[in-house]
Write a protein of this length. Structure first.
Length: 194
C-alpha cells in the first residue's frame, strides 16, 4: 500500500474486493466490526462521507483531513494498511483461513469536484441494487444511506453532504431519480434482442 499515495485535503473513492472473488464479509457481525476498525484507524486522518459494504467488496468515500496529526504526515498510507491488516487477521483467525483477504492493492480515485462527489455518493448507495444484493437501496443496512435519513448521531459528515444536495429531501429524491433511470436502462437492455 506504500505506493498508493494520498494527499491531505482531497476527496477519495476507495474500494477493493475479496482476493480470488471470495467474500470479505462472512456473517452479519463482520460488517459492524469492519466499521469499528474504520472508525478506529481512518477517522483520525479522514472525514467519511459515505460507504457501502457488500459481501465481496466495499466502497468508501472520504476526504483526507487538511491538518493531519504530525505522526501521519507523509505516512497517510499507514492507517489504511493497519485497518485492512487488522480486519484480515481477525477474519483469518475467526474462520480458520490464511493469506490475503483483499486483492493486492487498495484501489483509490481522487475526486476532483463536488459535482462528481455527489454522483459518486449516489453510485455508492445504489451499489446493493446494482449488484443484486437488495431490491431497495433505502433498506440496505450495510451502507451509509440509513444514517443520512436518520437523526441519530453519526460519524459521517452528514450536514456537509445534505447541504451539498440542497437538503435531506433532495438527497433522497436524487437517489430515487437515479435508481429509476438505472432500472429503465436495464429494462431497455433486457428488451433488446442481443
Amino acid at each position: 500500500m506504500k505506493s498508493e499515495t494520498f494527499e491531505a485535503g482531497y476527496y477519495y473513492h476507495i474500494y477493493n474486493r475479496g482476493n480470488n472473488n471470495e467474500n470479505i464479509f462472512i456473517e452479519e457481525k463482520n460488517y459492524s466490526y469492519f466499521l469499528q476498525l474504520l472508525k478506529k484507524y481512518i477517522l483520525p486522518i479522514a472525514d467519511i462521507y459515505c460507504y457501502c459494504l457488500l459481501k465481496n467488496h466495499f466502497h468508501i468515500v472520504l476526504k483526507i483531513k487538511d491538518n493531519l496529526p504530525e505522526n501521519f504526515e507523509g505516512k497517510i498510507y499507514l492507517p489504511f494498511s493497519n485497518f485492512f491488516n487488522s480486519y484480515t487477521k481477525s477474519i483469518n483467525k475467526s474462520y480458520q483461513r490464511n493469506g490475503s483477504l483483499f486483492q493486492e492493492h487498495l484501489k483509490r480515485i481522487k475526486i476532483s469536484d463536488e459535482s462528481y462527489l455527489k454522483q459518486l455518493i449516489i453510485y455508492v448507495h445504489l451499489n446493493p441494487v446494482k449488484h443484486g444484493f437488495s431490491e431497495d437501496f433505502q433498506s440496505y443496512m450495510n451502507s451509509s444511506f440509513p444514517a443520512y435519513i436518520s437523526n441519530n448521531k453519526t460519524d459521517l459528515e452528514r450536514d456537509f453532504i445534505l447541504e451539498l444536495f440542497g437538503g435531506k429531501e433532495n438527497f433522497i429524491f436524487s437517489h430515487i431519480e437515479r435508481q429509476i433511470k438505472y432500472e429503465g436502462i436495464i429494462e431497455e437492455i433486457d428488451k433488446m434482442d442481443l
